[in-house]
Ligand binder design. Sequence first.
Ligand code: AMP
Length: 120
Amino acid sequence: MAYDENNIFARIIRGEIPCSTVYEDQHVLAFKDIQPKRRVHVLIIPKGHYLDMTDFAENASDAEIVAYARAVKKVADKLGIAETGYRLIANTGVDGHQEVPHLHVHMVGGEPAGPMLKNK
Ligand code: AMP
């Protein structure tokens, strides 16, 4: 699947759509999810155009990958949830039920996340 330059997160990165920024650096943007599922619900995205974690792992530069991993801790610190914990979710592709085709990791916390997945 080709990257869609007009997906909603690409438009947020370009500043065409507003977001509630929590953290930003050269390679990474983190902002509040518009429909939070827990008290804290932030999306962490690379600024580079990557469809999903598979694309990112294969094609991102080392600098982008390092920045992305380090941003997770910085965002947790900034949100004050590093000690109490959080859950990271990266929905990927069709079976992962990914809705926005730009890599994003959900960080949820501020209260118990609950069991991981319900049995079918
Ligand atoms: P996913 O199902 O993993 O692709 O999740 C996409 C997430 O993006 C959902 O949790 C949406 O609530 C969130 N979302 C969609 N549009 C926006 C937006 N404009 N600002 C912030 N979050 C958004």
